[in-house]
Each structure stands twice: as C-alpha cells, then as structure tokens.
Design a protein around this ligand. Sequence first.
Ligand SMILES: *[C@@H]1O[C@H](CO)[C@@H](O)[C@H](O)[C@H]1NC(C)=O
Ligand SMILES: *[C@@H]1O[C@H](CO)[C@@H](O)[C@H](O)[C@H]1NC(C)=O
Ligand SMILES: *[C@@H]1O[C@H](CO)[C@@H](O)[C@H](O)[C@H]1NC(C)=O
Ligand SMILES: *[C@@H]1O[C@H](CO)[C@@H](O)[C@H](O)[C@H]1NC(C)=O
Ligand SMILES: *[C@@H]1O[C@H](CO)[C@@H](O)[C@H](O)[C@H]1NC(C)=O
Ligand SMILES: *[C@@H]1O[C@H](CO)[C@@H](O)[C@H](O)[C@H]1NC(C)=O
Length: 317
Amino acid sequence: MRTMKKMASLLSVCVFLLCCFAVVASQGCDRLVAVGENFNVSSGYKPQPTENLKWKFNGNILFFKRSGKVIAGKPDDINNDGSLKLTNLKMNQAGRYTSEVFDINGKERATKTTNLCILDPVKKPTLNITCLASEVVFTCSHDPQPDGTKQYDTIHYKWFLNDYMISNETETSMKRKVAETKNLPVSCEVGNKVSSAKSDSLTHTCIEPVKKPEINGTCKDSEVIITCLAPQQPDNAQFKWLQDGEVIVNETEMSLTISSAESKNKNFSCEVYNQASSEKSVSFSHSCVGSTFLGLPVELFGVSIWVYIGGGAGEFQ
Ligand SMILES: *[C@@H]1O[C@H](CO)[C@@H](O)[C@H](O)[C@H]1NC(C)=O
Ligand SMILES: *[C@@H]1O[C@H](CO)[C@@H](O)[C@H](O)[C@H]1NC(C)=O
Ligand SMILES: *[C@@H]1O[C@H](CO)[C@@H](O)[C@H](O)[C@H]1NC(C)=O
Ligand SMILES: *[C@@H]1O[C@H](CO)[C@@H](O)[C@H](O)[C@H]1NC(C)=O
Ligand SMILES: *[C@@H]1O[C@H](CO)[C@@H](O)[C@H](O)[C@H]1NC(C)=O
Ligand SMILES: *[C@@H]1O[C@H](CO)[C@@H](O)[C@H](O)[C@H]1NC(C)=O
C-alpha cells in the first residue's frame, strides 16, 4: 500500500516536472527581433500559384489565400515567396506564427511554426564614477534599459579600458585601483541579443589619499639625519617637515639633516600630503650626543623618543 502511494507521488512529481519542461520549452524563441524592426516570417516552403496559403498568429487567422483569392488579410501582407511581412514590430506581435500550405484538394503540403520573440533594443548607457580610498568604481547605468527578466532577454555588460575589452561579464560595475586606471579612458557597453550600445569614455579624476608616514633618525657625528618613511604613496604626494608644529622645510626631500646640538629637545615630524589628504608622522625628538649611534623609537603618548643603544664614543641615554 505504502509503496503504491510512494510511486503515485513520484509519478505526480514526474508529471509536474514534465509540465515545467513543456512550459520552458514553449518559451524558446525561434527568432529574436528588436522592436521597430522589419521581419519576414518564412513559411519554409514556396507555395505554387495554385496552392492555398494560410498564416495564423497565436491560432488566429491573419491571412488566407485560396484558389488565388485573398480571403483574409491583404495581398500586401505576404512576399512572393509566401513569407509573412512584418514591419515596424511592436511588442504585442511576439508569439507563434504558423504557415499552412494546402494543395487544391485540401491536402496539407507544409506547415511551419515560428515562435517570434521581440525585445526592446538597449539604450546608450551612462558611465558613473565613484572614488573610494584607493579604488575607483565605474558603474554602467542601466536604469532605462529593457528589464532583462525574460530568459531570452539577458543583458550583458562589457568593460573597455583604453578601448580594449577587459571584461565581458554581467556585472554592472567594475572596481579598479586608482593608480592603475589613472588617465585611462573607460567605457562600458550594454547589450542584449538584438542590440548593443556603448557609453562615452570617461577618465577618472580620483585622487588616492596619502598614507601615514613613519619617522626615524640616525645620529651621525654632530648631526642627526631624520628620515620620513613613506613607501607606496600616490605619485603626486609631497612632503614637508615640521619642528614643534611649524613648517620648516617644504620639499620633496625625505631626509632632513640637522645639527644635533641645535635641534636638541625639539619635536620633529614629517607630513605627507596631496590634494586629497594629508598625514603626519608621530613627533620625534632625538637624543643624539656626539658620534654615531643607532636609535630605536619608543612611542610615549604619541611621541616617538629615541633611545640609543650601541657603542662608539657617545653616551647612552
Ligand atoms: C523581406 O523580403 C522581401 C522580399 O524578398 C525583401 O525585399 C525584404 O528586404 C525582406 N525584409 C527583411 C526585413 O528581410
Ligand atoms: C550617475 O550620475 C548621475 C549624474 O552624475 C546621477 O544623476 C545618477 O544618479 C548616478 N547614477 C548612479 C547609479 O549612481
Ligand atoms: C568573453 O570573454 C571570454 C574570456 O575573455 C571569451 O572567451 C568570450 O568569448 C567573451 N565573450 C564575448 C561575447 O565577447
Ligand atoms: C611652505 O609652502 C606653503 C605653501 O606653498 C607656504 O605658505 C609656506 O610659507 C611655506 N613654508 C616654508 C617654511 O617654506
Ligand atoms: C614636544 O612634544 C611633547 C609631547 O607632545 C611636549 O611635552 C614637549 O613640550 C614638546 N617640546 C617642544 C619643544 O615643543
Ligand atoms: C631609518 O630609515 C632608513 C631608510 O629606510 C634606514 O636606512 C635606516 O636604517 C633607518 N634607521 C633606523 C635607526 O631604523
């Protein structure tokens, strides 16, 4: 009993699945055409002058020519080869077109069904640019595009950098490093099965923010060399040096060499900046005395103090 029930339910699942497949299959398009285009639906068989030709749309008769006389529709509706002439297509003309050819005795010679799908052509997209910290996001705006929800109406996006296609995925946006895409024109293309359109090219003007620099110092004879460690900065980054908060040098120099005696107990810091941002190192005060010493920074309340370890002629502080 139980087995029977199981089988019955299995059977109904199968029937259900079959139904689904049938529905999906019926959505298949034999031809895809854009709204506004002209299209000839082929009858697949050129009727003889004596033969009768009937065209149906979703089961309704559009055209019927019998014994050389047009009974339904107009003579102008078909071409010489029996194909159905469709002009300036509208959405509501999508569907099943069936041609039937009969000989004078009413015997069927040829029947052909074409499932015609009609799509809106895509519209020219606009490109949007959003600057993130060190990245830039390009968005291919698709707001006025066909909805793309029908199985056969999938919309694709292609991305171009300097006119070379770099991606043809379905993503509507593309993220790249600011530096990588500097001065490069970017454009996107939207397309579906019947049309495609490309955006204008744009070049981003995002400015990558600078990164916080570090500072270190080396005692050398009666001088101290203070170095601003700022690797991997955007290439428009500039530097300046501050002593007790006042700008003392406005240069791209990354090292400052000063007399250790004169700079005793002064706080130094370096700042990296560009149009987008600026970052200051912690402040630094040296304790170089006399000759060559190497120091290690010890940060205390945000102030980097250099404690010297090592030999030579100097004093340990
Ligand atoms: C339809 O067929 C006619 C006659 O062969 C031809 O002149 C016309 O260009 C065709 N139209 C299309 C859209 O293919
Ligand atoms: C794209 O940019 C335009 C104008 O710059 C703006 O009006 C629109 O909302 C933006 N669209 C998106 C998706 O960010
Ligand atoms: C998309 O890109 C892949 C890999 O680059 C390529 O194989 C494929 O043919 C491309 N498709 C189209 C439609 O250009
Ligand atoms: C550094 O440059 C700024 C802007 O160019 C200027 O206002 C300032 O006086 C300069 N300071 C020094 C110490 O050169
Ligand atoms: C250096 O910075 C420290 C901590 O901010 C401060 O206590 C000290 O007075 C500063 N020295 C000078 C000379 O400005
Ligand atoms: C400070 O940085 C410079 C440049 O990277 C390096 O050559 C030097 O050894 C560093 N000094 C210390 C004490 O870390």
